[in-house]
Design a binder for this molecule. Structure first.
Ligand code: 13P
Length: 305
């Protein structure tokens, strides 16, 4: 770590105290950001943590829809996203207008939206889900009830296969996860015959079919801790390797693809966190009418689990 970083870290810590702020970081953030955070987790864990904190200000190190979810759950707190360009291309693959049009084709269907969607899309949905709970939530939908699943086709088809349910899938996908290719897993399995393979459910179906476990990023962190395997092949965004290696020094973690990098996640840096705390920018606030409707879908998810 450079002296420059030490200085930045000290300033962030001081301002954090002065403003009664907490820093939350997603598992894909830069290592230096994860290290300064009060809590690092997956989408579900981060929203649960935000809902419980008594801090006045939440600096959210992740992408826009995650900060919006925090705003949905904590309307009286100041939610800061250090870089407004930290969006999620998957979440942007659906708009509330397009969803409303689709709903007219399937008026009886339950709309289940992946948390990787805007607050406005959540507001038009019946129930929200994350990669950690989609299968369980689909299982709870009464048999015979149609499910319109948006916007991630791969998470949706994984849940459909796991539950044996037919689902209507929106054709969205994560541009980072589709870079993870089955042939890379097959090659790595030959090179590391004793390794276990974990993949995120946003990966292509051919990829999840090859994995020993299909898990959220939080699930991967637990798997790494609990597994007897000394080598684990990781099929997700490579930011997670920082935490995996830090928490499991005796184990080896091999990314399926070094190209699985989400550039939007990496926009948040120590510099932008400091700027965010100094200026109280950029505030993410979901308009109240949208918030209340989106919250119904998020609350339903939290109640069912
Ligand atoms: P997790 O909820 O598994 O952390 O996934 C979030 C995400 O955006 C994956 O691309």
């Amino acid at each position: 770590m450079t002296n420059n970083n030490d200085e930045l870290i000290e300033q962030i810590r001081r301002l954090k105290k002065e403003t009664k702020a907490i820093i939350l970081s997603h598992n894909y953030q830069l290592g230096e950001v994860q290290d300064i955070a009060d809590f690092v987790g997956d989408s579900l864990e981060l929203s649960q943590k935000a809902a419980k904190t008594d801090a006045d200000v939440i600096v959210f190190c992740g992408v826009h829809f995650m900060a919006e979810t925090v705003s949905i759950l904590c309307p009286h707190k100041t939610v800061l996203l250090p870089d407004m360009h930290a969006g999620c291309p998957l979440a942007n693959m659906i708009t509330p207008q397009r969803l409303l049009e689709k709903k007219t084709e399937y008026p009886q269907a339950i709309v289940m939206c992946y948390i990787n969607s805007s607050a406005a899309v959540k507001a038009e949905s019946d129930i929200c889900c994350t990669s950690a709970n989609t299968v369980r939530l689909v299982q709870k939908v009464p048999l015979g009830k149609e499910i319109l699943f948006v916007p991630d086709q791969y998470l949706g088809s994984f849940a459909a296969a796991e539950t044996g349910r037919e689902m209507i899938l929106w054709p969205g996908y994560c541009p980072t996860h589709v870079r993870i290719q089955p042939q890379d897993i097959l090659r790595l399995r030959t090179e590391h015959p004793h390794a276990k393979v974990v993949a995120h459910p946003e990966c292509r179906t051919e990829v999840t079919a090859l994995a020993d476990a299909v898990l959220s990023t939080g699930g991967m962190i637990r798997f790494a801790r609990e597994s007897e395997a000394k080598e684990i092949i990781i099929g997700t965004e490579i930011g997670i390797l920082h935490r995996l290696r830090k928490e499991n020094p005796g184990k080896s973690f091999i990314p399926v693809s070094e190209q699985a990098v989400c550039p939007r996640m990496k926009l948040i840096t120590l510099e932008t966190i400091l700027w965010s705390l100094e200026s109280m920018e950029h505030q993410v606030k979901v308009p109240e009418e949208t918030r209340l409707r989106a919250k119904r879908a998020v609350d339903r998810m939290l109640e069912v689990l």
